[in-house]
Design a binder for this molecule. Structure first.
Ligand code: NI
Length: 170
C-alpha cells in the first residue's frame, strides 16, 4: 500500500466526471487499498479516486472518530437514489486545504453501488455519513463543495484563493 498525492483545487481531474468501473481486477484492488491508506494518513473521512488523480467511480469513506471502531465503506459506481430532508453544516475537503464552509445537503440519503468485489450494495444513511456520501459522490461527478455554495461566497473563495496562491494562470 502507498500514500498517494492528493490532487488540489483547481486541478482539472477534480472537475471531470469520473468513468464507471467495469473490471474488478488487481489494479482496482491496489487503487482501493492505496486510497484507504491515503485517507487515513491525511486524515480525512472520505476520499474519491479523482482526488488521487484517477478518474474512476471509486470512493472510500470512514466517518468513525478515533475512539470508535472503524466503519470503512468502499463504494464503486455509486449513485444517490433517494434524498430526504435538509441539513446545513460546516464542511471541508482534502482537495481545498484550510478552507471550510457551510454547505446545505440532504439529511438522509439512500445510495446504491458495488463493493470492491462487484457485489451490489445499498446504504441508508443520515447525519455525518449522509453528508460524506453526498460530498464524495459530488467529487465523482466533478463537483467540489465550492460548487454547492452561493455565487457570492464562491467569488470570495476565488479571490481568497488567488491572493494566497501565486501560481500563474495559463
Ligand atoms: Ni472532498
Amino acid at each position: 500500500m502507498a500514500v498517494l498525492r492528493i490532487t488540489k483545487y483547481p486541478e482539472e481531474v477534480l472537475k471531470k466526471k469520473t468513468e464507471p468501473v467495469c473490471e474488478f481486477d488487481a489494479g482496482l484492488q491496489k487503487l482501493i487499498d492505496d486510497m484507504i491508506e491515503t485517507m487515513y494518513a491525511a486524515p480525512g473521512v472520505g476520499l474519491a479516486a479523482n482526488q488521487v488523480g484517477v478518474s474512476k467511480q471509486v470512493t472510500v469513506i470512514d466517518v468513525s472518530s478515533r475512539d470508535e471502531k472503524s466503519s470503512l465503506i468502499v463504494l464503486v459506481n455509486p449513485a444517490i437514489v433517494h434524498k430526504e430532508g435538509e441539513d446545513t453544516s460546516e464542511e471541508g475537503c482534502l482537495s481545498i486545504p484550510e478552507y471550510t464552509t457551510i454547505v446545505k445537503r440532504a439529511e438522509k440519503v439512500r445510495v446504491t453501488g458495488l463493493d470492491r468485489n462487484g457485489t451490489r450494495i445499498e446504504i441508508e444513511a443520515e447525519g455525518l455519513l449522509a453528508r460524506a456520501l453526498q460530498h464524495e459522490i459530488d467529487h465523482l461527478n466533478g463537483f467540489l463543495l465550492i460548487d454547492r455554495i452561493g455565487r457570492i461566497k464562491r467569488e470570495f473563495f476565488r479571490k481568497r484563493y488567488a491572493r494566497e496562491h501565486t501560481v500563474s494562470k495559463e
